[in-house]
Design a protein around this ligand. Structure first.
Ligand code: SF4
Length: 414
């Protein structure tokens, strides 16, 4: 301990703006941790030369095939010794967060203590992967650090071509919009596919995300291979007295401009007596009106989930949003949860057998066609599946009645 800070003129500039800077945080950690002093040195070099100087390698803990992101410095002097020796090994432990990201302060303090003892002190809650990122650890300290975190009840998350750390929103604990037991879904999926998390054996990553309503606070549509999103299928609940109070407070123009006209399917209208009329058959459960008029409106009672597959950020064929494959399913009793687990298992098996190396579920579906994917996992085609919203008002509906008739016959036949 006690190394002097390197000169970091470029990083210092990042502290000059109006927002809190990560550089200030790193410098604070550097007061007691030489690893952080040298990390700042390496980072400054990267800013000067516009190059990254980390390379990967193989670091793990006993019994796991993933979960550690190895980082070794490439900045060496003429004798092939690290230029910043204290940060020469700067590995990251990806630890799975609790469902809904619920912690108590005692747990957070213990985590900080573990990381001050074995690592750089730098923790990210939570990385894009969903994990708690314990950043900056030497190879020797990886196993003892993990052992202590494991002793607290935490487990390593996925890295590489594996089922990745799941995420669920805070849910009913703090949110009145919750339509499903998010934590139970999350926990069930993690427990069911733990082997696929610990031992990467898939063509590429597979992510579960669980959001309790259409607000989708987990961004599961954009980034989950299987997104589970809470919704309802009966009528939304309307407290007309609260609607009137809202209109009295904000005025009719405000309500029309900010609620009625912003409904994407024009399912709302404001009556002359300042009550609200909702055309529930045209409501697509987007949550906008409920978000604005939280006291007056709320989801209905017949709650369940919508399942979407294939969301992901940019890879080979650009960004993909998830496609609805199950418009609505109940998730209440054990049988419902078992059905979801079974379907998720079918998807992972199909993905394992049919995806190309480094290909996400969405890309695989684009390549082989949605119908083949649905057949492969044993799902009936349903007119309520939405791949892409219609963007043109002009379309031909020839044969639609006939096709709808066929679907209804299949449905009736069970
Ligand atoms: Fe319209 Fe969305 Fe409200 Fe449904 S939830 S009525 S689609 S604004």
């Amino acid at each position: 301990m006690g190394k002097n800070l390197h000169d970091t003129p470029m990083l210092d500039q990042l502290e000059s703006g109006p927002w809190p800077s990560f550089v200030t945080g790193l410098k604070r950690l550097a007061n007691d941790n030489d690893m952080m002093v040298d990390l700042l040195g390496q980072l400054e070099t990267s800013y000067e030369t516009r190059k990254g100087y980390w390379k990967g390698g193989t670091v793990g803990v006993i019994g796991y095939g993933g979960g550690i992101i190895p980082r070794f410095t490439e900045l060496l002097d003429d004798n092939k010794e690290p230029l910043f020796p204290e940060a020469a090994e700067f590995h990251t432990l990806r630890i799975m967060p609790p469902a809904g990201m619920h912690y108590d302060t005692n747990t957070l303090r213990k985590m900080c203590d573990v990381w001050e003892k074995y690592g750089s002190g730098l923790i990210a809650f939570h990385g894009q992967s969903g994990d708690i990122m314990f950043q900056g650890c030497t190879t020797d300290n990886v196993q003892p650090a993990f052992d202590e975190l494991n002793e607290m009840g935490f487990d390593l998350g996925g890295a590489g071509p594996a089922v990745r750390t799941g995420m669920s929103c805070v849910g009913a604990a703090r949110c009145e919009h919750s339509c499903v037991n998010e934590q139970k879904v999350h926990r069930m999926l993690v427990n069911a596919f733990l082997d696929d998390m610990h031992r990467p054996a898939l063509p590429y990553k597979f992510k579960f995300k669980v959001s309790g309503c259409g607000n989708d606070c987990m961004n599961s549509i954009q980034r989950a291979d299987l997104a589970t999103i809470g919704t309802w299928r009966d009528d939304m609940k309307v407290d007309q007295d609260e609607v009137k109070a809202y209109v009295a407070d904000k005025g009719r123009k405000y309500v029309i401009d900010n609620v009625i006209t912003r409904c994407p399917t024009q399912a709302l209208s404001l009556n002359d007596d300042d009550t609200l009329a909702v055309d529930n058959s045209n409501c697509v459960r987007c949550m906008h009106c409920i978000n604005v008029m939280t006291k007056a409106l709320s989801p209905g009672d017949d709650k369940g989930v919508t399942l979407l597959v294939g969301g992901k950020r940019t890879l080979k064929i650009g960004d993909l949003m998830g496609t609805v494959v199950v418009p609505f399913m109940k998730l209440e009793d054990d049988d419902d949860f078992e059905a979801l687990e079974e379907l998720a298992g079918e998807m992972i098996d199909f993905f394992a057998e049919n995806a190309l190396e480094h290909e996400r579920t969405g890309e695989m579906i684009e390549r082989i066609g949605l119908i083949n994917f649905l057949e492969g996992i044993g799902l009936e085609v349903d007119p309520n599946m939405v791949n892409q919203t219609r963007t043109s008002n002009y379309f031909r509906a020839d044969d639609w009645d006939e096709e709808a008739g066929k679907w209804n016959e299949r449905k009736a036949a069970g």
